[in-house]
Design a protein around this ligand. Sequence first.
Ligand code: OAD
Length: 237
Amino acid sequence: MRDMGTIRNIVILTGAGISAESGIDTFRAEGGLWEQHRIEDVATPEAFERDPDLVLRFYDMRRESIQTKEPNAAHLALARLDREWAGELLIVTQNVDDLHERAGAQRVLHMHGEHLNAWCTDCDARSRWTGPLKQRPACPGCGARALRPDVVWFGEMPYGMDKIYSALRTADLFVSIGTSGAVYPAAGFVRDARELGAATLELNLERSQGSGWFDESRLGQASELVPAWVDELLAPR
Ligand code: OAD
């Protein structure tokens, strides 16, 4: 692993595992979200066309549920890193919860969208949305009843890819936290980062699918691994 003293620019990728200890189900664990619901039924544009009520109900439940959860020690540690790190930092999250922000992090990019946003497919505006969508409320901007959850479904383009790749190009360190490495393009960031010269570190409960691409893997709970890693990085040297 590269000498910590030479690291200036960092890209961090987070996934459902960082929010697991806050009580939000991951997707691919036994009994996880994709065992309880079929992706084809709730997380594709075709599903929304076929049965919008079902899809809106599913996201209404999730939107309501995340608002009862609290950031854990891993989110808080990343927020501290964001405050104290003088170099470039980008926290790319696949999570649609707002726990990074509620912990205080600012340099966050939600590549799979956000539960607490509604997207008007009529006027294209995004509005912060904490309530349900299933009664088809009017868009606050244009009044159309065309709001959908602002989450990226399978078959749709993730957000912010230009910004992510430009951060990867100058990154000295790429860190992946709590993600299984099952979903592209996020799963490919480690290879890209490596090829672009960054050191790569994985912090996860178990080895991810792309584990072999990391210089180092630390296995355990995010609430322990992440604060310890942030302490290391911010320690005076
Ligand atoms: P997954 O459910 O696929 O993977 C979660 C990962 O977190 C697994 O590797 C677990 O071992 C790990 N994990 C669980 N608890 C942990 C803990 N306490 N500490 C550290 N690690 C822990 O979730 P993602 O990789 O985030 O996309 O899934 C990626 C995408 O697939 C999601 O953004 C979502 C989903 O389909 C869309 O909906 C577009």
